[in-house]
Design a protein. Structure first.
Length: 309
């Protein structure tokens, strides 16, 4: 544990959190032979005036530090909610320090290497254990189930439309969900079957029919995918399966997240931060995809205008 004290914010010419991280980094750099074999987990505390901040730190390919909690310690005997929060923070720090003591005692007693493989810590779910294989994209990994050697996809996200995904998977319009649950920090973990498909580049009559079937199936349940770009579709022999249901939900009830990317993407009209999910947004994405194909035939164009009008 490392602690940084300041009378007020900005005192001493630097930010207390960054200074605390610098002290941690400087300390482990003094003992490279020891900490090169260890993740070097630590708890960082900052007392700035009456405010306490707590962070968790470790060293993998670089220093990783996540803020955990920040709260004022000013006493108010009638504020039971705040006082309970303060008590929980101190209790959590006590438990964490006890856990760290056991970690380092085992490390020095056994002289065993404890290094990170670069993958998230969850390796189990309701159906057993798995071994990570590779990174597919940010926070999405391929893995192998240890019991059956089946390849799966493991995804971590803050938000996920699991009801929409499972609804599509039931009809074969999405990968089968093997597990959905929460992990520390309010993250969601989704384990699904691995689909050996490709993202569509050009539309075709069969592809359009497949998309029409999926959109009709979603509409009957009042569901919206909310991000139906080609990179969120997988194609196997002109049969489409949808992926990435992070924003999916019910039409007219659920909303788009804040801080959407409006720099690189031109979203359909009305699809914006905090706005309601609407089926016409899905239709617009598909219309753009089918119209952008440079090899679309006259027959295909006619089918598109009928299916998505």
């Amino acid at each position: 544990m490392n602690k940084e004290d300041k009378l007020g914010s900005g005192e001493g010419g630097g930010d207390s959190w960054l200074q605390n991280i610098a002290y941690y980094t400087k300390f482990i750099a003094k003992f490279p032979d020891v900490f090169s074999d260890c993740l070097s987990p630590a708890i960082l505390l900052e007392f700035v005036g009456p405010r306490l901040s707590v962070s968790a730190c470790c060293f993998s390919k670089g220093v990783i530090c996540d803020p955990i909690a920040s709260i004022s310690l000013l006493a108010d005997p009638h504020d039971l909610v705040r006082n309970t929060s303060v008590a929980r923070i101190f209790l959590s720090c006590k438990v964490a320090l006890q856990s760290l003591a056991r970690y380092y005692s085992h490390f020095f007693a056994t002289n065993s290497r404890m290094i990170s493989d670069g993958f998230p810590y969850p390796r189990t779910f309701c159906n057993g254990t798995f071994t990570y294989e590779k990174v597919l994209k940010d926070l999405v990994f391929s893995a192998i189930l240890d019991s059956t050697r089946q390849r799966v996809v493991v995804k971590f996200t803050r938000r996920y439309g699991i009801d929409v995904h499972q609804h599509c998977a039931t009809a074969g319009h999405a990968p089968r969900v093997l597990h959905f649950g929460e992990v520390a920090g309010d993250w969601k973990m989704v384990v699904m079957e691995f689909i050996d498909g490709v993202h569509p580049v050009l539309s075709s009559p069969n592809l359009i029919i497949s998309l029409e079937t999926i959109l009709s199936y979603l509409a009957r349940a009042n569901f919206v995918h909310a991000d139906l770009r080609p990179n969120n579709m997988l194609v196997q022999e002109d049969r489409v399966q949808l992926i990435d249901f992070d924003w999916s939900g019910r039409e007219g009830e659920d909303r788009y997240p804040l801080f959407m990317n409006h720099v690189d993407l031109e979203w359909p009209e009305g699809a914006s931060d905090g706005m309601l999910l609407l089926r016409r947004h899905d239709l617009e994405w598909v219309r753009r995809f089918t119209n952008s194909s440079s090899t679309t035939t006259t027959t295909t164009t006619s089918t598109t205008s009928t299916a998505f009008a």
